[in-house]
Design a protein around this ligand. Sequence first.
Ligand code: NAP
Length: 278
Amino acid sequence: MTQTQKILVTGATGTVGRHVVAELLARGHEVRALTRDAAKAGLPAQVEVVEGDLTEPGTLAPALEGVTGLHLITFGGAAFTPLETGPRILETARSAGVRRITVLHGGGPTPLEDAVRADDTVDWTVLMPVEFMANALEWVDGIVASGEVREPFVTRLSAMVHEGDIGAVAAVALTEEGHGRQEYVITGPEVLTVGDKVTTLAAAVGREIALVELTEEQALARWRAAYLPEDVIDFLLEAYGNTPEVGRTVSDAVEKVTGRPARTFAQWAAAHADAFRP
Ligand SMILES: NC(=O)c1ccc[n+]([C@@H]2O[C@H](COP(=O)([O-])OP(=O)(O)OC[C@H]3O[C@@H](n4cnc5c(N)ncnc54)[C@H](OP(=O)(O)O)[C@@H]3O)[C@@H](O)[C@H]2O)c1
């Protein structure tokens, strides 16, 4: 067990951030969580919740007082708009004496990640997860309503990762030596097709789930009907239709950094089965 440290987690109310918080608490560390709305945060009672906005770095200085580590997201606001405030956020963190930073990579270069990578005064670690297992929650409505998953590109391969493992890698990198100037591609322990995921989910939920393949045109129509911005649609088309090798190759980062194997989709499905039941 390392000495207790105080860490500021941004994006703490998000899919990954909640696990960063949980993994830090499980290791005995103190967590301060940044949110734009403390009343809605819904974080564990032992977390110190503070309000701030990454698009206004001035609000960060009080949140950073007394922390040794900082977990960063690279976006602010709707549609994952990359933060333009990266250099100021980093300057504020440095002035506060932060020694270690983790950055949740957002799929491409951002001003914040660029600023962190260029810094040689703190130990930074870039977390590069592949597809989150939690994306399967998008299937809840279809499964509950009609026992169906409707997806394009059903044979695409994914080494998808449990969000808890991203949180665990972050927690170790933020509190232990040896992870400075590293970037970790974080994946699950196996490569699955959409069909494999549906079969696993059906077994966990205890009902049959049909997989209906959508054409590319049907997928585009669905994403547009959901008002996804065109650049996000382009990203999805590329990620699903032509998954890069990194997204379909198992890495050993989780085991190397945390000392235990990456969690399987079967484990994720068992833990979330109730969400898929009426
Ligand atoms: N989904 C995937 O398969 C996948 C795979 C690889 C990488 N990623 C990357 O993961 C990231 C998304 O992570 P996530 O799913 O954990 O996020 P999320 O669940 O959408 O949560 C968004 C978080 O961002 C915070 N936030 C947004 N704007 C903010 C601002 N201006 N100031 C302070 N906090 C702000 C929110 O906090 P409050 O609302 O509490 O203020 C919330 O905690 C993206 O960069 C994405 O590219 C996703």
